[in-house]
Design a protein around this ligand. Structure first.
Ligand SMILES: [Zn+2]
Ligand SMILES: [Zn+2]
Ligand SMILES: [Zn+2]
Length: 277
């Protein structure tokens, strides 16, 4: 299974547009991996996770053929994850393509309401997903877990192609106890994890709606203890905010962050990072 992270920032991106903090000023100066767009990911060539504000720049940069997308999983309705209007680009008026089957768009009730604000034709079909539901999206068996984020039915996803299983774990804080219990009872094993790290270098964060690096270490330990991952399982931290890429008043570069995250036995995301598992 191939995983490509199209973006690695939270809503505000790095640099944020109206920000003069050390992290943003440094990112503008250094460029390259220090420039971070909003989180979105591709699984192989046919499954997209989220469809947010930076979707178009990701399309330009990722080299994928969007007409091959069969399904889109939506985590939640925040604008960095879902902007429904551009789905009208799937129709023949805006795009000349041979898409025959409607693209499956999967997500919660808020995303459905947004999807339905599109009154124009789309080659898409919405599927309402409930927390703890397992469904088949093309070649993938997907289980939706309730995130600890804004709404009770905001979702993170377990995605399996029958051989490998990944956990796409953002946006979320620490899971509710029932979610840890569900993963344990069902004996899920993950071969790869991509996880929320919005609060990155912030210390003492409670992990209520997003996680820090410290929170990721604790969250991973719970999954190690129940046998869902090992300490060798690739664990990518992503969805950073510029507010938390500062340590001792000094901005950390992408390379410095990679070292800090590596010391925790994890991998720091950047825009375009790819894995094959
Ligand atoms: Zn987000
Ligand atoms: Zn900033
Ligand atoms: Zn969010």
């Amino acid at each position: 299974m191939k995983i490509q992270m199209l973006g690695s920032a939270a809503y505000d991106r790095v640099p944020a547009m109206f920000c003069q903090c050390p992290a943003c000023l440094q990112a503008r100066k250094l460029g390259g991996k220090n420039i971070r767009t909003q989180a979105q990911a591709f699984i192989n060539d046919d499954l997209l996770i989220d469809f947010g504000q930076d979707n178009y720049i990701h399309f330009l940069n990722c080299g994928k053929d969007y007409t091959k997308i069969k399904n889109i999983l939506l985590t939640h309705s925040h604008e960095d994850h879902f902007m429904p209007n551009e789905l009208v680009m799937t129709t023949s008026w805006f795009g000349h393509n041979d898409i025959e089957e409607p693209i499956g768009v999967w997500g919660n009730a808020d995303c459905k309401a947004l999807f339905e604000t599109n009154t124009r034709e789309m080659k898409c079909q919405y599927h309402l997903v409930q927390p703890f539901e397992t469904f088949q999206a093309g070649a993938y068996t997907v289980t939706a877990l309730p995130a600890k984020h804004a709404k009770d039915d905001d979702l993170v996803y377990i995605i399996s192609d029958g051989e490998k299983t990944i956990l796409y774990n953002n946006d979320t804080g620490f899971w509710k106890e029932e979610v840890y219990a569900f993963v344990k009872e069902n004996g899920f094993r993950f071969d790869f994890v991509a996880s929320d790290c919005t609060f990155c270098l912030q210390e003492g964060n409670a992990g209520r709606s997003h996680m820090s690096l410290e929170n990721n270490v604790a969250h991973r330990q719970r999954l190690v203890d129940m046998g869902a991952v090992t300490e060798q399982t690739p664990w990518l931290v992503t969805h950073y905010s510029h507010n938390n890429l500062i340590r001792d008043g000094k901005a950390v570069t992408a390379e410095e962050l990679e070292e800090i995250v590596k010391d925790c036995g994890m991998i720091a995301s950047f825009d375009g990072i790819q894995f094959e598992i």
